[in-house]
Design a protein around this ligand. Sequence first.
Ligand SMILES: C[S@@+](CC[C@H](N)C(=O)[O-])C[C@H]1O[C@@H](n2cnc3c(N)ncnc32)[C@H](O)[C@@H]1O
Length: 237
Amino acid sequence: MNEIYEPKFVEKLFDKMSNSYAKVNYITSFGFSERWRRQCVEEINIEKGKTVVDLMTGMGECWKHILKKSDQNFTLISLDFSTEMIHRAEKNKLKFKNATIEVLKENVFDNSIKNQTADYIISGFGLKTFNNKQLSDLANEIDRILKPNGKFSLIDVSVPKSKFIRPFYMLYLKNIIPILGKMFLGSPETYKMLGIYTQQFVNAKNVHRIFERPNFEVEYITYFYGCASGIKGRKIK
Ligand SMILES: C[S@@+](CC[C@H](N)C(=O)[O-])C[C@H]1O[C@@H](n2cnc3c(N)ncnc32)[C@H](O)[C@@H]1O
């Protein structure tokens, strides 16, 4: 396997970034990351009293969008394998006193979530560090964890198609973000990796192809001229 998709490599990368991730992510996306998380969650109309699973949760950046209607009536199960991200997620939990949030420090490909637990599955920016085999395993896991009729919405940053936006976007991704990474983290290399993953990922069309299965209804979605893309869907049975 190409080293950059090895779980240990990805885990270390996010451990290193955890301290600066929230700031750098917000600044480098001009605040769009927050809007995209909200839009990703809003793609599936989450009803109160249901169980939501947030995969590749990081520090729980998607929680406020998931829990915003009322933080009393949801069960939220969040999973990430980075020790540092999970540590921050545990702290973030304190902001949502009324919600039941379970934080699991686990690899998504070897997790303890029981079959047919979730009414909804969300994942914000957790796709690009997976290769095709892992994306197919992720589809298996989502199929296993979701209840019949359960819904999912997944999003990640993407390379826009437009001839006008694309060159600026690539320059930004490859050169400017590492500089910001150096300013905040002292190392441009770590944030350079996010550019490399995004360049390989391109957009969620490939994820859409992999998730097109007989028991999934799935749709490809783009956000802001294709600067982010994702899929949303439903498990039929
Ligand atoms: C870009 S961050 C996204 C965090 C958050 N969901 C957000 O909206 O910003 C991706 C997260 O996925 C986690 N991750 C990557 N591969 C994973 C795996 N195989 N199992 C569990 N977590 C994983 C990383 O540790 C990292 O925290």
